[in-house]
Write a protein that binds this ligand. Structure first.
Ligand SMILES: C[S@@+](CC[C@H](N)C(=O)[O-])C[C@H]1O[C@@H](n2cnc3c(N)ncnc32)[C@H](O)[C@@H]1O
Length: 215
């Protein structure tokens, strides 16, 4: 299976995400300096420098995308559209994200009373609220981006990017409690699914995800 570790940082053991030695892993991160460490730690993987918002890959070139606490630092709507483009029909997306409690803790314990970090954390709070209401994030100065995520916002953003079979759960990671999102690119291509189902089946799949919002 071709797996993209998006926002891979210094590289991590992906066994807890179900990745095995037979999977072909590519890591991508905007920060070249972290990739130097990743290449040493995982010499069998391919590591590339690039941005989640403009993925340097052909359409339908990965079976799965994993992104561990990296989407919170990206323009979420652009990145989800890019992930959707590079996944094969039926391909899987697995994300771990920041809850609002992470941003509140950063503000209270690491920013206040320093003016610039406090201003930035207030932007992150506002961006998280904007994301909650609209499913879209905006950048701060010099294109730096960060937000917290909510289930409501992720449903809106993933539906907009045409992902299906959304599921949400909680986990405890290195940065405290995170929440995990699983989704899938539909198998439908144009009017017909790869398995022969019609667009009606696709609409039914989307309806289940939309109903999940109310449940
Ligand atoms: C909290 S670290 C997580 C790293 C790694 N996934 C892990 O779990 O250890 C977030 C990573 O996202 C990367 N990042 C931030 N913005 C990015 C972007 N627009 N495109 C790609 N990577 C980005 C950062 O450089 C950083 O390595």
């Amino acid at each position: 299976m071709r797996v993209l570790d998006l926002g891979c940082g210094s590289g991590r053991d992906l066994a807890s995400w179900g990745v095995t030695a037979s999977d072909e892993v590519t890591g991508l991160d905007i920060d070249d300096s972290r990739l130097v460490t990743a290449k040493v730690r995982f010499p069998n993987r391919t590591y590339l420098q690039g941005a989640g918002e403009w993925l340097p890959f052909e359409d339908e070139s990965f079976d799965r995308v994993i992104s561990a606490v990296a989407l919170p630092y990206m323009n979420i709507q652009k990145t989800l559209a890019e992930i959707h483009r590079i996944l094969v029909p039926g391909g899987g997306l697995s994300l771990s994200l920041h809850l609002p409690s992470f941003t509140i803790a950063e503000l209270l314990h690491h920013a206040i009373p320093k003016p610039v970090p406090t201003l930035f954390r207030l932007y992150v709070m506002a961006n998280g609220l904007l994301f909650h209401c609209t499913g879209k994030t905006v950048g701060f100065l010099k294109g730096r981006t960060e937000s917290f995520q909510t289930e409501r916002a992720m449903r809106v953003a993933l539906n907009r990017a045409e992902f299906v079979n959304l599921s949400f759960s909680r986990a405890t990671g290195s940065v405290g409690e995170t929440f995990i999102v699983e989704a899938r690119k539909s198998k439908v291509i144009g009017s017909f699914a790869a398995d022969g189902r019609t667009a009606l089946a696709y609409k039914a799949e989307r309806a289940v995800d939309t109903l999940g919002r109310a449940g």
